[in-house]
Write a new protein. Structure first.
Length: 265
């Protein structure tokens, strides 16, 4: 595996190659990231992973807290079969005078409503990476369902020549969706965080019995005093109905979703 930090270097390395799969990441790899790397390795001739903590999609305090360990990430990426790890400094992608942004409609609901500017930053950096790498396929996780749907809209609206692969959420054995932010949780907070997937499951079950899924989910969440919900809603992304939620556990914010009856997991 080669670690490259400049756009020019990456473009030169990829120019003679084909069948390129791209996995955009912000680092702090876990088994969810590794599942994307392995899928790309199986389906593509060349696998590129980007490791870029994008300041445009974070509030300053969240950016500061995000875990960083490039050496560990590089070892995991190599073990999973990544060919090129692209680790650009901020000024490589946002040079002085940078002023071009991708505005998206998704910025006003759910994650967009609770994180102003977040999806503008996500759409902008992903478009830049798509233009730099020019992949045949790009890989995302279903846990970030709204982001994955946004990528589909970006590809469609801007006539990008690539296909998207959205893979299932990877969970710990106890049901908690894997997230780089999970490492911030204390033992008590992690125990409390398990209420989130249980509440979503209860909401999905309630709908099969004719009850309101968000109301049932909120009822379960309310029984855990360490959780502070941001939202619980039914949303349709790419034609799939999902029960989606975001909660705060101490200083850590977690998101998760579950398909409603009749939808594939």
């Amino acid at each position: 595996m080669k670690t490259l930090r400049r756009v020019r270097e990456l473009r030169e390395a990829l120019e003679p190659l084909g069948g390129i799969g791209l996995v955009p990441t912000m680092g702090a790899f876990h088994d969810g990231h590794l599942s994307l790397f392995r899928a790309a390795r199986t389906e593509c001739e060349t696998v590129v992973a980007s490791l870029f903590l994008n300041p445009a999609q974070f509030a300053p305090e969240d950016l500061e807290r995000y875990p960083r360990d490039e050496e560990r990430d590089a070892a995991l990426a190599q073990e999973a079969g990544v060919d090129f790890l692209f680790v650009p400094p901020v000024e490589e992608l946002y040079p002085p005078g940078y002023g071009t942004w991708v505005e998206v409609d998704a910025g006003s609901v759910l994650e967009g409503a609770h994180r102003p500017g977040h999806f503008r930053g996500v759409a902008t950096i992903c478009l830049k990476l798509f233009n730099i790498v020019r992949p045949d396929r790009a890989y995302f996780g279903r846990k970030d369902a709204q982001q994955a749907a946004l990528m589909g809209t970006l590809v469609r609206d801007l006539n990008l020549q690539l296909s998207l692969r959205v893979l299932p959420t990877v969970r710990d054995p106890d049901g908690l969706a894997l997230s780089s932010r999970n490492r911030h949780l204390s033992s008590a907070e992690r125990k409390a965080a398990l209420t989130l997937p249980r509440a979503l499951a209860a909401g999905a079950l309630a709908e099969t019995r004719g009850a309101d899924a968000p109301t049932a989910t909120r009822g379960v969440l309310a029984a855990e005093p360490l959780l502070e919900p941001d939202y619980v809603e039914v949303a349709t992304f790419d034609g799939r109905r999902l029960l989606v939620a975001a909660v705060r556990v101490g200083k850590t914010r977690l998101i998760d979703n579950i398909p409603l009856e009749g939808e594939p997991a």
